[in-house]
Design a protein around this ligand. Structure first.
Ligand SMILES: N[C@@H](CCC[C@H](N)C(=O)O)C(=O)O
Length: 351
């Protein structure tokens, strides 16, 4: 992130409430550190031909602020990006699933893989996290999202240094911890391996788990291992000599997502084993398509690799957006994920 971006991100809580728009687009999205001197000046010059500049700017601002303005901060974790909404004053999300889908559109909206709401805690947790995918569906959990959530909380509450929070989600309680280097480590809990609980209709092959089960997709037999990290994942190490870069993800991904064996649809990870502690994956996400990273997916991949006997319990998982450190501990059966999360820009949108 550039110094200007860092400054903007660091002070976003105050600035989001007071900043004047500089580059109105659909819904008045403000990009405080991208507005170079060129573009705004040209826009002002053409407006001045028919309207006094200050009057036009003021009425535009007043109109925007008097309508339902939604303030947001855009975050990303390894390129898996989210519109974060401070929803601490209400247990109802400030946008509907349909509005979320529009906001996530990369051409007609802000652009994101999902919208995440920071809500008051329930069941004794510090906070509640809800998320809508970019298609408006609501998943139970999001690994990269929970890291972004932790960093957003630290900014909202003006916390410095190391901190941990309890976060209630549709998949239960999660505990992210902001570390001294800014990375976020999350206790992702125990993986769920029983087929009906994932859910998948594929039958158990090893104890009660679905490991290297055969799945017919597009006339090919794939070997898949199914894992829930609160949300469903189908992991395949594909054929021998599989190069994940060669996959036509947008063609094959939807066939897995909507396969009749997955009654709640599924996220799918295509994995290449680089070594017993280094894996490489691409993901097709349920409700979001191809994304640059998936935290729950990387956790599911390590669990699947261990179950298949192909990897150690502690691995680096390379995703298109960068690496995550994942450990499936033997002593408590919990999966731990460590990776980055950062603010990209803030803005407001009339919805
Ligand atoms: N990218 C996320 C997962 C988001 C939810 C997923 N699309 C689903 O529907 O389950 C992650 O980092 O875990």
């Amino acid at each position: 992130m550039s110094p200007a971006a860092t400054a903007a991100a660091t002070s976003f809580a105050a600035a989001a409430a007071t900043a004047a728009p500089t580059a109105p687009s659909r819904g008045c999205v403000r990009l405080p550190f991208r507005g170079g001197p060129g573009a705004p000046r040209r826009a002002v010059a053409s407006m001045a031909v028919s309207t006094p500049r200050s009057a036009a700017a003021a009425s535009f601002l007043e109109r925007r602020e008097s309508e339902r303005a939604l303030h947001f901060v855009k975050y990303q974790g390894l390129g898996n990006d989210f519109i974060m909404v401070d929803n601490r004053d209400s247990s109802e999300p400030k946008v509907t699933p349909e509005e979320a889908a529009k906001l996530c559109d990369r051409n007609f909206g802000i652009g994101a893989d999902g919208v995440i709401f920071v809500m008051p805690g329930t069941n004794g947790a510090d906070y509640t996290m809800r998320i809508f995918n970019s298609d408006g569906s609501e998943p139970e959990m999001c690994g990269n999202g929970v890291r972004c959530f932790a960093r957003f909380i630290a900014e909202l509450e003006n916390l410095q240094g190391t901190h941990s929070f309890t976060i209630h989600t549709g998949a239960g309680l999660f505990i992210p911890e902001i570390q001294s280097d800014g990375q976020v480590k999350v206790d992702m809990g125990e993986p769920i391996l029983s087929g009906p609980d994932i859910p998948t209709k594929l039958l158990a092959t090893k104890n009660k788990a679905v490991v290297q089960a055969e799945l017919e997709v597009e006339g090919l037999t794939w070997h898949v291992t199914c894992v829930s990290m609160g949300n469903p994942h189908c992991v395949t190490f594909g054929a021998k000599d599989l190069k994940v870069d060669d996959l036509k993800l947008s063609e094959i991904g939807p066939k897995f997502e909507h396969h009749q064996m997955f009654p709640a649809r599924t996220n799918t990870e295509f994995v290449q084993v680089l070594s017993r502690s280094h894996l490489k994956m691409r993901v097709w996400e349920r409700g979001a398509g191809a994304t640059l990273a998936c935290g729950t997916g990387a956790c599911a991949v390590v669990v699947a690799a261990v179950l298949e006997g192909g990897a150690e319990r502690k691995c680096v998982v390379d995703l298109p957006g960068g690496p995550l450190e994942i450990e499936w501990r033997e002593d408590d059966n919990h999966v731990y994920m460590t990776g980055p999360a950062e603010a990209v820009f803030y803005g407001s949108v009339v919805h």
